[in-house]
Design a binder for this molecule. Structure first.
Ligand code: AHG
Ligand code: MN
Ligand code: MN
Ligand code: MN
Length: 334
């Protein structure tokens, strides 16, 4: 019987590597893990309980909000509010930041940016969805945190992670010392250490993008797409197209098998669709820590200036050699 190590045990063991830390980040990761288990329980029952379908409201993104978007958002916010380690939250589902002013949290060290339910369009059709989170240290010395505390570059993240609610439920995260994956064992209700030191394959054969937007893609993306589809035995082409519509699921699959995910500018999203603060920066941190690459086609995602909570950016992310090749086309045809 191999020794099972739970997320909690792993965090404590790794905690020993950071003597200066007093355990706040560990407790914050634990709080996120608890909310993830609660959301997972509802995702797994979706269809049996009244959690499918639209909530009947629009969010700041102009998207029709799903009941599970609201449920997940509520669960993560309440776990962070009661955990006491977070003083401010930025969520996809909230137009403005959420200050946590309780006695215990007002002076907490950490800020959390979160996409509580990624891939909402897949909820009602039983396809993998996810949660994405990003953790920063507060910049303001004391007193209530403000929006400025969350508008930090991706390079300043302290930790980032995602949960994928798929054929199994996994929590994958980094604190800047590599990427580790934990699989939920529902029989004991614990995330168990299953994927040590995850590495993004340097190259791959899969490309993930919504080709329905082809007509409005930048010329460089069109040329890269054709490059992927041309027969060339030496470079393993044509590649394979795989697109799930949940960023977490597409990137998780590519991290295991190798591949590139691209969401470029399109007619309906002239600045790109995906959000820098709670989708692109956390996933870029994880992918870079696993040896992959993440840019907007020209500039490293984690170096981009952050001006707005819901700021959008084009993103090219995945196997280093594939992203570099796509960037060559972007430079040549821009
Ligand atoms: P969210 O459900 O959090 O709004 O994110 C959905 C995102 C991302 O998960 C996915 O890759 C992308 O939207 C899919 O967009 P298209 O349907 O336009 O391809
Ligand atoms: Mn959304
Ligand atoms: Mn999302
Ligand atoms: Mn979302």
């Amino acid at each position: 019987m191999t020794k099972v190590m739970t997320l909690g045990q792993f965090i404590i063991e790794r905690q020993a590597e950071f003597p200066y830390a007093k355990g706040e980040l560990s407790r914050l990761l634990r709080d996120i893990g608890i909310a993830a288990k609660i959301v997972n329980r509802e995702v797994n029952k979706a269809g049996l309980v009244d959690i499918l379908g639209e909530a009947g409201t629009m969010n700041v993104q102009g998207e029709a909000v799903k009941k599970l978007d609201v449920y997940a958002n509520d669960q993560f916010i309440s776990a962070l509010q009661s955990g006491g380690e977070c003083c401010l939250i930025a969520s996809e589902e909230n137009e403005d930041v959420i200050q946590i002013n309780s006695e215990v949290s007002r002076n907490a060290k950490y800020i959390v940016a979160i996409d509580p339910l990624d891939g909402s369009s897949n909820i009602d059709v039983n396809v993998a969805v996810g949660t994405i989170f990003s953790i920063y240290r507060r910049k303001t010395e004391s007193g209530p945190c403000t929006k400025e505390d969350v508008l930090q570059k991706g390079v300043d993240q302290v930790a980032a992670g995602y949960i994928i609610y798929g054929s199994s439920t996994m929590l994958v995260y980094t604190t800047g010392h590599g990427v580790n994956g934990f699989t939920l064992d529902p029989s004991i209700g614990e995330f168990c250490f299953s994927h040590p030191n995850m590495q993004f394959p340097k190259s791959g054969k899969m490309y993930s993008l919504n080709e329905g937007n082809y007509v409005h893609f930048p010329e460089g993306v069109k040329k890269y797409l054709k490059y992927c589809q041309v027969e060339d035995k030496e470079t393993n082409r044509p590649y394979t197209s795989r697109y799930i519509g949940s960023m977490v699921a597409d990137i998780h699959r590519n991290m295991i098998k190798g591949g590139i995910f691209i969401y470029p500018t399109t007619a309906s999203s002239p600045k790109g669709k995906l959000r820098l603060v709670y989708e692109c920066n956390p996933l870029a941190f994880i992918v870079e820590q696993a040896g992959g690459r993440a840019t907007n086609g020209f500039t490293r995602i984690m170096d981009l200036n952050v001006k707005e909570i819901h700021q959008r950016t084009p993103i090219f992310i995945g196997s280093e050699e594939m992203v570099l090749k796509a960037e060559e086309f972007m430079r040549e045809f821009s």
